[in-house]
Design a protein around this ligand. Structure first.
Ligand SMILES: [Zn+2]
Length: 199
């Protein structure tokens, strides 16, 4: 059997679905989400999440001025589930989307809510942003028709929920350039019926 296709030294022990070839466990561990664009479905990637060291850097946490506590999250739980589903579905049709593009898209959505729209320049982030906005605008049109629903949702709540999502994305960063830890997290936390596109 030929050696690992990356290091050309060690015994290949697993099939890399991204590269379409056999690689060794060490190369899998070091190159995963670094030089290998790992699909979310990869079992080795999924297994690695359990041992991932996520270092939460509070100093670079997005929008530190915004106060979010347990009470607010309970109050805004419906919006949180809804917006998380919108982001998850916004990224789903884009196979190369990573957390970095997700974070850029989330930040752009926050700016849009603050009345200073600045769509991302990067193509994938822009696509996530556009997909999110399309779904949100449809939702917004629905609640505007329904006074009771409108009283439950407010722009102030929306912005704070988005900031919370931005912080969760920030906290899920494992430091690898092609990290998809947040995308995995989003998928895992959503109720199954929220996964399907409503479009
Ligand atoms: Zn190797």
């Amino acid at each position: 059997m030929p050696a690992c296709q990356i290091c050309d030294t060690r015994k290949p022990k697993r099939y890399c679905t991204s590269r379409g070839e056999n690689i060794c466990t060490q190369c899998c561990a070091t190159e995963r989400e670094v030089s290998i664009n790992c699909p979310l479905e990869c079992v080795y990637l999924q297994e690695s999440r359990a041992h991932a060291k996520l270092v939460l850097d509070v100093s670079t946490m997005p929008h530190r001025d915004v106060q979010i506590d347990e009470r607010f999250l309970q109050h805004a739980d419906v919006t949180l589930i809804l917006f998380s589903a919108f982001f998850s579905r916004a990224a789903m049709p884009i196979p190369n989307a990573t957390d970095a593009e997700m974070r850029a898209a989330i930040e752009a959505v926050i700016q849009r809510f603050k009345g200073a729209p600045a769509p991302p320049e990067e193509a994938i982030a822009l696509q996530i942003y556009d997909n999110f906005c399309a779904e949100y605008d449809k939702f917004r049109a629905e609640i505007t028709k329904d006074q009771k629903a409108e009283s439950v949702f407010s722009d102030e709540t929306f912005v704070r929920v988005l900031v919370f999502i931005a912080r969760v994305a920030h906290g899920n960063n494992n430091g690898r350039p092609l990290c998809r830890s947040f995308l995995h997290y989003l998928r895992a936390t959503l109720p199954p019926n929220m996964e399907a596109s409503v479009g």
